[in-house]
Design a protein around this ligand. Sequence first.
Ligand code: DC
Length: 236
Amino acid sequence: MNSSRPNNKKIVIAVDGFSSCGKSTFAKMVAAHLGYIFIDTGAMYRAVTLWAIENGCVENGILNEERLIKGLDVIQIDFRFNPDRGASDIYLCGEWAEGKIRTITVSNLVSAVSAIGEVRRRLVKLQQAMGRDKGVVMDGRDIGTVVFPDAELKIFMTADPEVRAERRYQELLAKGEEVSREEIIENIRQRDHLDQTRAISPLRKADDAIVLDNGGMTLAEEMEWFDEIFKLRVKE
Ligand code: DC
């Protein structure tokens, strides 16, 4: 891979798109390539969801929004670099939460949590503070539209739902979670629908975002694509 950098001026790179498109893997690689900080905003919504589950805001699989909103002041989220992973791990109220936020239980509730205006308002503020000094690659659903509408480079990722479901299935299988392919594809379809139709900050491509459909692409090909785009779009 050619590590050309047209200039040294740091920018904000927004990576938005559908669930399980490999946004985080791509964004993490781009960040490492440029020496930027990678911020996974989905992990932040997942951490709030985990807090809700662990603090009595979910009964019989149903989220009690009011209770969660009342608890928002005590939720603390931060990222700390983990050299073993070459990326930052998320901490919830000071405790390592990286291992607990990607279960199917969290995935099934996270869309409901991320549809709450007060949750979004707080997390968006935190994300804007994290990207204030630029030099960040931030992945999510509303980065190019709401969090950083002036981001210098916006990428919108997509891939066929079956391809995405298979990737997530293999990931969970490798972690030893007992889930079926059907359960995962259903979760992905549901999240696509909820993410696109929620009233506040729905998932949509920013007008000036470049689409990356990575369905048939290897990671190396994705990075070659990025290099080209970076050279073309981010000029001196
Ligand atoms: O990227 P992910 O699948 O880990 O994200 C988890 C959920 O969080 C996803 O279903 C939508 C929500 N999300 C969001 O609403 N806005 C973001 N910027 C990032 C994630």
